[in-house]
Structure formats: structure tokens, C-alpha cells
Design a protein around this ligand. Structure first.
Ligand SMILES: Nc1nc2c(ncn2[C@@H]2O[C@H](COP(=O)(O)OP(=O)(O)OP(=O)(O)O)[C@@H](O)[C@H]2O)c(=O)[nH]1
Ligand SMILES: [Mg+2]
Length: 391
């Protein structure tokens, strides 16, 4: 599957840059292209200059909102980010149009940090504009949720997350949720922390995107996960995870005469990677709340037995009890077995309801301060209506 990735704001730009790094790796190591392009859009010149893998010309790094932001970002005011996207979104669409001339994407992926101003404000508006321009292709969003300490110290962060999530859910075909807090490592400097987090955020997409782009028969699985499977799986709130375990060729077993002990070891390793993927989902949630799920097994060809695939399916079925499950295998690599899991159409995620509750409270307190509160209200649905949209 080929994506056009558009990073918005600093966080989104860096995540898009990490996708561009993986695309380069796929070309160099596997001879595959997994991105039609990676673009970065920002109101901040310095943030755009800090990227490494996205090409540096103005078609790939698009600076907008100069008159409103002076080229220095929008200082966490996401309404301003939304306004700039409304006024200058056509500049982004021009860059997308140009990028599609020589390499067509199967889908678009827009990425942003929900707690900031530029990306958080622009993402829903640009998603809507993209959907209008390209009605036949899916537009997905990848939203990075803030660290706990940001929630505690910056009220505005909660409000930005609430407005961004509510808006994006209305317009995107699916929203990948990524919780920064899941990846935090104490004691690590913030800069290396973020670089490592971005790498882990993009990791699970790698094999998933490569699998459907393979042309060499020896790397084509018995059940290929292609763009169609991924598009059918993705809808609404979505999480993604990845697990891996080393396999040694001798212990893993080679050829049809697989010793029964190796077969047990093979299953154990597969299940271990599946459990790891479920434990490392990009946002903590209950797999049983997913309506759709997909997994991809990537392993050395000689270790890819039907039994293993059956065991993995049963294992995911036991966790994602209410989901329609798609699956595939990808015979790649020599010494490790990978399982990638996507859970989609989640009906519940505590962290998301929690953000909405806190954003409602933030709006309530703001209105009370301004004397705008009417007595005698209000239920959750009604209160949710009070969170403004950025569209
Ligand atoms: N995972 C990850 N999170 C990041 C990164 N950079 C910033 N964030 C998070 O993104 C949020 C802030 O958003 P930014 O992207 O910095 O804001 P922006 O879109 O540039 O908006 P303004 O700077 O306000 O104009 C915070 O929650 C940060 O923790 C990054 O490289 N990786
Ligand atoms: Mg910024």
C-alpha cells in the first residue's frame, strides 16, 4: 500500500519525516516504495527546517499562515491553526496535486499532535478539504495524544485535544490514536525520547505497507495483506501495535519435517509476538471493543506454517471477540518473527472519553467565568455539544 503522508505542525512533521525514513529503508533494503510522498506543512519556519528526510523544497515543506503567525507557529491556539487551514488550504492541496502526478497514493495519512496549535487546528479542516478533492480515496488521520505532564500543566492542551478529536472524528475515514504516554522512558532526555517514540509510532506500519507492494514471488505470502484489506479494516477510532521475537533457523525448524517440539516452539513464539503487539497498542484499549481487526505475520518463509497462522487467528479471536478479523502472511526476513495488529472501529476507549470529559469541564469553567452558564443542564451528550468544532 502506498501512502501520501502529510505531517502538520512540529509533531506531525517529525512523524511524517520518520515515515520518509522508512520509505528510504524500504527502497534500499527491499526495493519497494511505500510512500507516494511525504510532505510537511507548518506555520513555523524553524520546525520545517529541522526535518531530515522530507525533501527540502517548497513543494514538500509547505509554510503557510505567514501573515498570522509571522513564521513562528500559532502558540497553541488551535482555532488559529484551523483558520489558517481554511484560508490557505489550497496551497496544501496544490502540493498534494503536484505530488500525485507521478506517484499515485492508495490513501492519504495526515498526522498531528492534538495538544499543539498548528497541527491540532489544521488537521480536521485539511482532512475535509482532501476528502472533497479526492472523494474516491480514503483520508486517515494519525493523532498523537499528549504526555500526562502536559495535561496537568497546560489546561489549553486538554481543550486542544478535545476540539481536535471531536472534529477529526467527524471527517476522517479512520483516526489512528497514539498516546505519547505509552512510550515514555523516565530519565531519557526529551529530544531522544521523542525521536525514539516517533520511531516506535511508525514501526508497526512498515511491514504492513511493504507486504502489498512486493513484486518478487518469493516474498509474496499465501494470503497477501494488500491496500484493499487495510482500507476495508480501517474505520473510526483505530489503534495499531507491533510485536517481534527472534527466531533461530535451526530451532525454528526448516522444511516439511518439522519436529513436534519445534512446532510447539513456533506457536509459542508467534503467540508471544501477538501478545506483545496487543500489549504495545498505540493507545491502551480493550481489544473486545473493536469491530474490525487485522493482523499480519512477517517471518522467514520456512517458518510460516498454516498451523502458526491458525493459532494466531485463534489467539486474536480470543481477545478481539467482537471483531471481523482479516489476516495475512508475509514471508520476509531471516531471524525474527513479527506480528502487526490493527484494531479498528473501537466502540470505547477510556482515554478518549476521559479527554472529552476534561474538555467539557474546561469549556464549562470558561463559560462560568464569563457568566454564560444557564442553570439546569446537562447530560454528557449535551455537554459534548459544547466542545467547539474546528471545521
Ligand atoms: N511523539 C511526538 N510527540 C511530539 C513531538 N513533538 C511534539 N510532540 C507533542 O505534540 C504536542 C505539541 O504539538 P506541536 O506539534 O509541537 O505543536 P504545533 O502543531 O507545532 O503547534 P504550535 O507550535 O502551537 O504552532 C505535545 O503534546 C508534544 O508532546 C514529536 O516529535 N513526537
Ligand atoms: Mg510548532
Amino acid at each position: 500500500m502506498k501512502l501520501l503522508v502529510i505531517g502538520l505542525g512540529q509533531c506531525g512533521g517529525r512523524v511524517a519525516d520518520e515515515f520518509a525514513r522508512r520509505d528510504r529503508r524500504a527502497r534500499e533494503q527491499r526495493g519497494l516504495t511505500i510512500l507516494s510522498r511525504a510532505l510537511a506543512v507548518n506555520t513555523d519556519v524553524t520546525d520545517l527546517s529541522g526535518l531530515h528526510f522530507i525533501k527540502s523544497d517548497a513543494q514538500h515543506r509547505v509554510l503557510i499562515g505567514g501573515r498570522k503567525s509571522g513564521g513562528h507557529g500559532v502558540g497553541k491556539i488551535n482555532e488559529l491553526g484551523a483558520e489558517i487551514a481554511r484560508e490557505e488550504g489550497d496551497r496544501v492541496l496544490e502540493a498534494v496535486e503536484w505530488s500525485q502526478q507521478d506517484s499515485l497514493a492508495d490513501a492519504f495519512l495526515l498526522a498531528a499532535g492534538a495538544a499543539g496549535g498548528t497541527g491540532s487546528g489544521m488537521i480536521a479542516e485539511l482532512t475535509q478539504q482532501m476528502k472533497e478533492r479526492y472523494p474516491d480515496r480514503p483520508v486517515y488521520c494519525l493523532i498523537i495524544l499528549p504526555f500526562h505532564y502536559e495535561e496537568l500543566t497546560e489546561d489549553r492542551a486538554i481543550y486542544n485535544v478535545g476540539t481536535c478529536l471531536k472534529s477529526v472524528y467527524l471527517v476522517a475515514d479512520a483516526v489512528f490514536l497514539v498516546d505519547n504516554q505509552r512510550y515514555i522512558a523516565d530519565g531519557e532526555p526529551i529530544r531522544t525520547n521523542l525521536t525514539r517514540i516517533n520511531s516506535r509510532v511508525v514501526d508497526p506500519f512498515y511491514n504492513l505497507l511493504c507486504a502489498g507492494e512486493e513484486k518478487d514471488p518469493k516474498f509474496i505470502g499465501s494470503r497477501v495483506v494488500d491496500a484493499g484489506d487495510i482500507i476495508e479494516t480501517l474505520s473510526g477510532w483505530t489503534v495499531i501495535g507491533h510485536g517481534q521475537t527472534p527466531v533461530s533457523r535451526s530451532r525454528f525448524g526448516v522444511g516439511p519435517k518439522l519436529d513436534f517440539r519445534n512446532r510447539v516452539a513456533e506457536t509459542e513464539k508467534g503467540i508471544h509476538a501477538m501478545n506483545q503487539a496487543l500489549a504495545a497498542l498505540s493507545l491502551k484499549c480493550r481489544p473486545s471493543d473493536a469491530r474490525k481487526a487485522l493482523y499480519l505475520l512477517t517471518a522467514p518463509p520456512e517458518g510460516m506454517s498454516m498451523n502458526l497462522i491458525k493459532d494466531l487467528s485463534m489467539s486474536l479471536r480470543a481477545a478481539a471477540t467482537g471483531a471481523l478479523i482479516r489476516s495475512g502472511d508475509y514471508p520476509r526476513g531471516r531471524d525474527s518473527l513479527h506480528v502487526t495488529v490493527v484494531l479498528s472501529e473501537l466502540t470505547n476507549a477510556i482515554r478518549i472519553s476521559d479527554f472529552f470529559s476534561k474538555a467539557i469541564r474546561y469549556v464549562y469553567l470558561k463559560q462560568r467565568r464569563r457568566g454564560e452558564i444557564q442553570e439546569g443542564r446537562e447530560g454528557f451528550d449535551e455537554a459534548l455539544r459544547d466542545i467547539p468544532l474546528l471545521l
